[in-house]
Design a protein around this ligand. Structure first.
Ligand code: GDP
Ligand code: MG
Length: 710
């Protein structure tokens, strides 16, 4: 394969709502460029991009695929992304390493939810965007409406470069107002003949052409004079202004295609070659140290890992973009994050699961190596002596959670490894070993994301697992001061057990005065691993209990605090003062005092007006303004309180405090409430009291399962 430098590489991502035709368009691009000799289809499960079994089952993309097409003198790296918002991780990692986004719109469905969400990401990263209105062959294709919607949602930068002469199954001609050419396609698509624009279209095409020129001229002053002199401009002349307008997001050029009938892919690729910014034309990438990197093939080698994959028939691979220098097989690079020096093996460029060996990859290019042992997604590798860190992909916090249990006993370790693998491949799948809940919890972006993970566990790792609801990490505390005592006495055969402990429990808070009427001999303050405090006060006078038994009493208290009396949840923020007790010269020992401490604490706690606390989250619900009413009226049903509403363009951001117990499942509720048009993110805010009735119910449920423990 030819080597390409940073002037002849283009990096694009195909983005857009699921089903808009990204994968089919990618297939057309590969076919037109001669990368493949037969055009596969999603229906026949034969596309280069959707090669996973899971994608065949689903009938649509689940993972991003790395592809490339050599078109004329250029290598176009294409990342085909999944459209469902559950797989947003792959969209974000693609956007991190490409220079331009190709937003595929469905001419029948217009601008869809996925399109809007992704548009917002391109705004955030200031990614240049090209829009492709696909499916112009669809019998209900409506190009103009789709463009109007795009203008409405994305702004007046949306500018027509191409439009279909006629839409629907008989479409065969695309009018291009940049080259002022009619592209007429043969039956079955492929290479069009170039013809003059038909008379009936000249007026419309010229008006659109002039609109284009104006935007371009804003970015290239000499061009307007040129245009006025000659009366027209060709693509090469307009290139500079167009490229700048793209980089500055002053234009979103609109193309059209029928990926299914193979119309438009070639012309799109020519535009990508000529106009889309090369890696060297993009603003330099800032590094964490405050310096910047340009795509200089002679610079020091530096690459960024944006994707990992593990497939039985493809192997474990790390995918990266070279940001500076030229790397070759066998090069040693230091992983800045892990500190390990990695020797890169054979370098590859890939088309789906097909790998091609290459000897080197220059700055700007995207490639792969067999998975590096100590390297993960988001790591920067550089030459020895440097210390560069490229900005990481910021994955969104997860939205849904589920507990995972291995079906068969003894497979827990295997499951642990499988889950780590899943996280390695997809950092938006987060694994939590929740000790207090005694559950392994899988966090993801949506129900479908979790279900996909489950299928992966079964198919890739051959493990059967059950998904059960994740428990809520409640906390317990008290509202009242109570004194209690417990006598632990057992006589079994020979030696007996005896211990008696009197203690006072009180709600602890900062600035709580010393225990009333007790003489304090020592105070221990413990920050609890699960948050909050235990303050343990020794008020024993006159040696009624041996000092050596006090640690045992505290141990007993701690045991109960780790499994609170109300629901078995962690206890926080209590002060325990031990002020009296009894011991026996023979039968008293540490074990006896531990038990007495635990039981005294339990009895006191239950009498001290216990309060159950639940985790509450700050939730930002982003919803199109037309349907904000539906969301607002539903919020109070979820025991949630609205904190405020902000406006963000066409969207309202509703800020809500919502208990985790309600947040579980909210992704699905919100999706159906808004037909998928609303999304949210959430972050833990605080623990807040559970309503009395609910607390009572949870306590009763707990008592059914709790065993008597003395
Ligand atoms: N009529 C028509 N159907 C298309 C076109 N492109 C894709 N499709 C169909 O739309 C569905 C989704 O296509 P796919 O490429 O998987 O979309 P993706 O989810 O965006 O990757 C499939 O059934 C395709 O055959 C097109 O240009 N015209
Ligand atoms: Mg797809």
């Amino acid at each position: 394969m030819k080597s390409y430098d940073a002037w002849h590489i283009r990096n694009v991502a195909l983005l857009g709502h699921a089903g808009s035709g990204k994968t089919t368009l990618a297939e057309s691009m590969l076919f037109e460029s001669g990368e493949i000799t037969r055009r596969g289809s999603v229906e026949e499960r034969s596309t280069v991009s959707d090669y996973h079994d899971l994608e065949h089952e689903r009938g649509s993309s689940v993972f991003s695929s790395i592809l490339f097409a050599e078109w004329r003198d250029y290598k176009i790296n294409i990342i085909d992304t999944p459209g469902y918002i559950d797989y947003v991780g792959d969209v974000l990692s693609a956007l991190r390493v490409v220079d331009t986004a190709i937003m595929v719109l469905d001419a029948h469905n217009g601008v869809e939810v996925g399109t809007e969400t992704i548009w917002k990401y391109t705004e955030k990263f200031r990614t240049p965007v090209i829009a492709v209105v696909n499916k112009i062959d669809h019998d209900q294709s409506n190009f103009s409406r789709t463009v109007e919607q795009a203008k409405d949602r994305f702004g007046r930068e949306v500018t027509i470069v191409q439009y279909p002469l006629q839409e629907g199954p008989s479409c065969s001609t695309i009018i291009d107002v940049l080259t002022m050419t009619a592209y007429v396609f043969p039956d079955g698509g492929g290479k069009p003949t170039k013809q003059p624009i038909p008379d009936s279209e000249v007026e419309r095409a010229s008006a659109l052409h002039n609109a284009l020129v104006e935007i371009i001229a804003e970015n290239d002053e000499t061009l307007m004079d040129h245009y006025l002199e000659k009366g027209e401009l060709d693509e090469a002349e307009m290139r500079k202004g167009l490229t700048l307008a793209l980089i500055r997001r002053q234009i979103v050029p609109v193309f059209c295609s029928s990926a299914k009938k193979n119309m438009g892919a070639g012309r799109l690729m020519s535009f990508i070659d000529v106009v889309v910014p090369a890696p060297v034309e993009m603003p330099p990438v800032p590094t964490a140290g405050g310096s910047t990197l340009t795509a200089d093939p002679k610079g020091k080698s530096c690459l960024f890992v944006f994707k990992a994959s593990s497939e039985p028939n493809v192997g474990d691979m790390s995918f990266f973009r070279v940001y500076s220098g030229t790397i070759h097989t066998g090069i040693d690079l230091v992983n800045e994050q892990t500190g390990v020096t990695e020797r890169l093996g054979q370098l590859y460029v890939v088309n789906g699961k097909k790998r091609h060996d290459v000897v080197e990859l220059a700055a700007g290019d995207i490639g792969a190596v067999v998975k590096l042992k100590n390297t993960h997604v988001n790591n920067t590798l550089h030459e020895k002596g440097d210390n560069l860190v490229l900005p990481p992909i910021e994955f969104p916090p997860s939205k849904v959670r589920i507990a995972v249990v291995s079906h068969r006993k003894g497979e827990e370790d295997k499951l642990g490894l499988a889950l780590n693998h899943l996280h390695e491949e997809d950092p938006t799948l987060v694994i939590e070993h929740a000790k207090d809940l005694q559950q392994t919890i899988l966090h993801g972006q949506g129900e479908m994301h979790l279900q996909t993970a489950r299928l992966r566990i079964t198919s890739r790792f051959k493990l059967d697992v059950d998904f059960t609801p994740a428990k809520i990490p409640y906390r317990e505390t008290i509202r009242r001061r109570v004194d209690a005592m417990y006598r632990h006495k057992k006589q079994t055969g020979g030696a007996g057990q005896f211990a008696e402990v009197h203690m006072r429990v009180e709600p602890w808070f900062d600035g709580l005065p010393s225990p009333d009427g007790l003489s304090v001999r020592g105070i221990e303050e413990h920050d609890l691993p699960w948050g909050g405090k235990l303050v343990f006060v020794n008020c024993i006078v006159g040696g009624v209990i041996d000092q050596r038994f006090l640690p045992a009493i505290m141990k007993g208290v701690m045991e109960k605090m780790a499994e609170g009396p109300v629901t078995g949840s962690y206890v926080r923020d209590v002060r325990v003062s031990v002020y009296d007790g009894k011991m026996h010269p023979v039968d008293s020992n540490e074990a006896a005092f531990k038990t007495a401490g635990r039981m005294a604490f339990k009895d006191a706690f239950i009498k001290a007006d216990p309060l159950l606390l639940e985790p509450v989250y700050d939730v930002n619900i982003v919803v199109p303004e037309e349907i904000v009413g539906d969301v607002l009226s539903d919020v109070p049903v979820r025991r949630s309180v609205i904190q405020g509403i902000d406006t963000d363009g066409h969207y309202q951001v509703v800020r809500v405090k919502m208990p985790l117990a309600e947040l579980d499942g909210y992704a699905t509720i919100l999706r159906s409430l808004s037909q998928g048009r609303a999304t949210y993110d959430s972050a833990f805010a605080d623990f807040e009291p559970v309503p009395t009735q609910l607390q009572h119910k949870l306590h009763q449920d707990y008592l059914v399962h709790a065993h008597d423990e003395e």
